[in-house]
Ligand binder design. Structure first.
Ligand code: PEP
Ligand code: MN
Length: 333
């Protein structure tokens, strides 16, 4: 961090900043110019409370130099992280995770699982706890849904990913699913992230719809800092002025997250577009941009889906998309 003092800052103001820096266990480097003094912090500035320094008397500006994350940083960890889910190496193999938005009745869910497996999916997705904007919308089958996910795994051998919304549900969800999904609404739920950091199952961390890339990576650092290195990032579209699509799929973020962090990055073109007719093209684009795989909403009968039917593709469409994405991926290798 660099602290720029005001032109009229007194010696006492400068000493105040230096004292505060030392209280954090860091050293200060003073550079006295003709008009003002600049103070540099020597040490890991991430451990310093930025706002408390910026608010000290005589301070004009305090600018961070380091990113607000460390454990997931590519600079600190140049090696790419590979997250193992069953026998799928996310970050090494191109992976397709597919299934309905919500876990539905057992027979439909099992049928979808069998079909997505045939189409090339290696992991099954389905929400048992659904974070819906309206409290009147279907909230998910909850524990019943989790049991259906366990059955899917027993019958098809596919590992499963499902959302966890509350620290109180972590243990139960962990008994039934292989990967914890943190949805876009909970990307900033730091208590949830820290608690998932104390587990050992992989965490699929979606980007908040108004989160900057830096905030998303800092959220990932919460999980890793608490002990769980198995984090998978997932870009799922952000809010913009555009309302032709449900969200704007930000493929810049895929390239940026892969440059900035060591974590695998997936893309969810279903929520990223909100339109089944746009999902295949944006899936291909995501793979061309370097995504490690896709998270897709698929239904045997999209019109009858219990949630997000408008963005669900059919298993046949999934099969075509998988084939096209594999070809694109091979070009980049
Ligand atoms: C989902 O994957 O069904 C979901 C609710 O995603 P998001 O948190 O990205 O909206
Ligand atoms: Mn959905």
């Amino acid at each position: 961090m660099v602290v720029i003092m005001k032109p009229d800052a007194t010696e006492a103001d400068v000493d105040g900043v230096v004292d505060r820096i030392k209280r954090y266990g860091m050293d200060a480097h003073l550079s006295r110019g003709k008009e003002r003094t600049i103070i540099g912090i020597i040490g890991d500035e991430r451990e310093v409370d930025f706002d408390s320094i910026a608010a000290l008397p005589g301070v004009e500006r305090a600018m961070p130099i380091l990113r607000p994350y460390k454990y997931v940083s590519r600079t600190v960890h140049p090696e790419k992280k590979v997250v193992l889910v069953g026998d799928v190496c996310i970050g090494a193999d191109l992976v397709f995770i597919a299934g309905p938005c919500s876990v539905e009745e057992e027979d439909t869910t099992l049928r979808i699982a069998e079909e997505v497996k045939k189409a090339g999916a290696r992991i099954f997705r389905g929400g048992a706890y659904k974070p819906r904007t309206s409290p009147w919308s279907f909230q998910g089958l909850r524990e019943k849904g989790l049991k259906i996910l366990s059955k899917v795994k027993r019958e098809t051998g596919l590992p499963t990913v499902t959302e966890v919304m509350d620290t109180a549900d972590i243990a139960l969800v962990g008994q039934h699913a292989d990967v914890y999904q943190v949805g876009m609404r909970n990307m900033r739920n730091y208590a949830l992230l820290a608690e998932l950091g104390r587990t050992s199952k992989p965490v699929l961390l979606k980007r908040g719809d108004s989160a900057k890339i830096e905030e998303w990576l800092a959220a990932a650092d919460y999980v890793v800092r608490n002990g769980n290195e198995n984090v998978i990032l997932c870009e799922r579209g952000i809010r913009t002025f555009e309302d032709f699509t449900r969200n704007t799929l930000d493929l810049n973020a895929v390239v940026a997250a892969k440059m900035e962090s060591c974590l695998p990055v997936l893309v969810d073109p279903s929520h990223g577009t909100g339109r089944s007719d746009m999902v295949p093209a944006m899936s291909r684009a995501a793979i061309a941009a370097g995504a490690d795989g896709l998270l897709l909403e698929v239904h045997v009968d999209p019109d009858k889906a219990w949630s997000d039917g408008m963005q669900a593709i059919t298993p046949e469409a999934l099969g075509r998309l998988v084939a096209a994405c594999k070809e694109i991926h091979a070009l980049g290798e």
